[in-house]
Design a binder for this molecule. Structure first.
Ligand SMILES: [Zn+2]
Length: 372
């Protein structure tokens, strides 16, 4: 069904800034609307049967709010990308499989992007140009990951990506310094990037119904108000004794540790000369710190786990249904068995943290083990 060619005349005469065509059985975009290009700021064409937008659509340069939810788009319409003043775009409940590259990145003023309930598998990397984007919702799609360039969305405060096929998050995710709310329920995440502990603004994190075993090393430094981790494969605190044999480190590891130690001395010769060896400097910048002795190491470590009372992560007052009672397994890296064995025995109350090695029995859920 179309609209009478005189339908928009009164709107054109009065200089309408807002048009509502909600649920009008439209199969094509009414091109007469282009006549409102001098005034139209808000357009609602939600719940119709539109499959594409004409090229002239991009003439609606004053548009700031556009509702295209519940239509039949299969490809993200390229003419939207020329709407330089667009701040809010709703394209939920369509059949979109593809967002072409170099398309959404041009929407420099976009603040709200809602792509829920489509069939999107990838977000193009030019999303990184959306430096004003605050709210991204892409629930119920087929996303496998986010592009690392998401790190450049400096204003992003909320990400809603429940019910996708996310298997991993990029390192850049941890650099979203303003992120307050992150909803990743019902995905296939097995791990979070180590940078996740840097999300200092994060207040609400929903990771329920994923495949996570252990959280990254600085996870317990987050100060959340809500944390949901039910229905994961979290390592449980069930210590068993085991005997571990020390391993022989590579020459590269031994030399790196010596260099790292030397670099920590203020007056060391190496500290003054390393600027002439950029490759060495870059390699050593990837070093990690031992949770026991604080010394630095490069590639060889023991992956351990410690269990943090969730009350320590979820600041007072805790809100989530399981926020107050669970123990959260957090990864800890130890430099050697020497440090691992240096831990005081269970009865020592002065030792606030116990680090456990991680065991994976073939037939049981993962659990922690320790040696004595
Ligand atoms: Zn150590």
């Amino acid at each position: 069904m179309g609209l009478n060619s005189n339908y928009f005349l009164p709107a054109v005469r009065s200089g309408a800034i807002s048009i509502n065509l909600f649920s009008r059985n439209l199969e094509e975009f009414p091109e007469d609307l282009i006549k409102l290009s001098g005034t139209l700021e808000k357009l609602n064409i939600k719940k119709n049967c539109i499959t594409d937008l004409p090229r002239q659509f991009s003439l609606l340069q004053k548009l700031t709010v556009l509702h295209l939810g519940h239509n039949k788009f299969e490809i993200f319409p390229e003419s939207i990308s020329r709407l330089r003043n667009l701040e809010t775009l709703h394209m939920h409940d369509n059949c979109i499989t593809t967002i072409p590259e170099s398309c959404i990145g041009r929407l420099g003023k976009l603040k709200v992007l809602n792509l829920n309930s489509n069939k999107i598998e990838t977000i193009p990397s030019d999303i990184g140009f959306l430096e004003n984007l605050r709210f991204l919702s892409i629930e119920k799609n087929r996303l496998k990951t986010f592009p690392n360039e998401i790190a450049h969305c400096d204003s992003l405060e909320e990400i809603h990506a429940s019910e996708n096929e996310l298997v991993s998050l990029p390192i850049g995710f941890g650099y979203l310094g303003k992120l307050k709310k992150c909803i990743l329920r019902k995905n296939l995440l097995q791990d979070l990037p180590e940078t996740f502990g840097k999300l200092t603004s994060l207040k609400c994190l929903d990771l329920a119904a994923n495949d996570i075993r252990i959280f990254p090393t600085k996870f317990h430094q987050l100060r959340l108000r809500e944390l949901y981790v039910e229905c994961n494969q979290l390592i449980v605190e069930r210590p068993v004794r085991s005997v571990q044999e020390d391993e022989i480190m590579t020459l590269k590891e031994l030399a790196s540790r010596t260099c790292l130690k030397e670099l920590s001395q203020t007056n060391s010769l190496l500290r003054r000369t390393i600027k002439h060896y950029p490759a060495l400097r870059e390699m050593l910048s990837l070093a990690s710190k031992c949770a026991m002795c604080n010394s630095l190491f490069l590639n060889t470590w023991l992956e351990c786990v410690h269990f943090i009372d969730s009350r320590q992560i979820v600041g007072s007052p805790p809100v989530g249904p399981n926020a107050n009672k669970s123990k959260i397994p957090v990864r800890a890296l130890l430099c050697s068995y020497k440090c691992f064995n240096a831990q005081p025995s269970d009865g020592d109350s002065k030792q606030p943290v116990s680090y456990y090695g991680v065991a994976f029995p073939a037939s049981a859920p993962p659990s922690a083990n320790t040696i004595n």
